[in-house]
Write a protein that binds this ligand. Structure first.
Ligand SMILES: NC(=O)c1ccc[n+]([C@@H]2O[C@H](COP(=O)([O-])OP(=O)(O)OC[C@H]3O[C@@H](n4cnc5c(N)ncnc54)[C@H](OP(=O)(O)O)[C@@H]3O)[C@@H](O)[C@H]2O)c1
Length: 227
């Protein structure tokens, strides 16, 4: 049984990660921005060992406080899942939305890994995963637009490469993982796959992660994505 720490667990992919890991008998430390209104998440406690904690990933003091609360507790797999989409096309690019998106999508995942390193070092599996997007691929950008979302995920991808090198001597493996185009609030109804397929695929990719294949940019089906 592994201890799995996940952000953004009240809906979408985070909720499904929690469900599937609990069903596999792992312990899930599920975090979400507002713990008042998370009925669906709390109901998952009937499946197994679930801890729910409040964490707005954009508030770095909250990250520090939660780490102190969980001090001494091993984390085997840390999954940075929380993310935001802010629309942007040429002529209507909001600098405020861009800054918010960088904070949530790129800076906070790195701060979370940084803060929870002592917990990861206590874990047996030693894996950190950041949910990115294929839209962060510079090479794959053949259609333009989405300045804010694309660049925030490209920044995350870049920072995860530094993380890969910095964590190798601690024996911690990193993965930059694209969930596919999924039918969630963010992905919308036109997504190609549902949350069950996306998350079961991502869990399989995470299972294959080791220090030997650390630092890859891969999708839920195990397909490599060009940077
Ligand atoms: N769906 C897709 O097709 C797709 C494709 C590529 C990548 N992704 C990535 O997959 C991840 C999950 O997306 P999703 O489809 O599940 O999106 P979603 O349904 O919109 O859910 C987003 C989750 O992130 C949380 N979140 C946002 N800002 C937060 C903050 N400041 N602090 C804590 N939690 C915060 C949300 O919490 P609240 O309810 O409090 O807002 C929610 O739990 C994201 O990183 C996204 O970029 C999704």
């Amino acid at each position: 049984m592994a201890n799995i720490f996940i952000t953004g667990c009240n809906r979408g992919l985070g909720l499904e990660f929690t469900r599937q890991y609990l069903k596999q008998n792992h312990k899930v430390i599920a975090t979400c921005r507002n713990i008042e209104d998370v009925k669906e998440l709390r109901e998952l406690s009937k499946l197994g060992d679930l801890e729910v904690h409040e964490l707005d990933v954009s508030k770095h003091e909250m990250i520090n406080q939660l780490q102190k609360k969980l001090s001494g507790q091993a984390i085997d797999i840390l999954i940075n899942n929380a993310g935001i989409w802010r629309g942007s096309h040429l002529g209507s690019i909001s600098a405020d939305d861009w800054l918010d998106s960088f904070l949530v999508n790129a800076i906070s995942p790195i701060k979370i890994i940084e803060q929870f390193l002592p917990n990861l070092e206590l874990g047996d599996q030693k894996k950190v995963v950041s949910i990115t997007s294929k839209m962060g691929s510079i090479e794959d950008n053949t259609s333009g637009g989405s300045y804010i979302y694309r660049s925030s995920k490209s920044a995350l991808n870049s920072a995860m490469q530094s993380m890969r090198h910095d964590l190798i001597n601690k024996n911690i493996a990193t993965l930059t993982l694209h969930p596919g185009w999924v039918r969630t609030d963010m992905g919308g109804p036109g997504g190609w796959i549902n949350v069950e397929e996306s998350v079961s695929g991502m869990i399989e990719v995470i299972n294959q992660l080791s220090i030997k294949n650390s630092g890859k940019y891969i999708d839920y089906a195990g397909k490599h994505i060009p940077w």
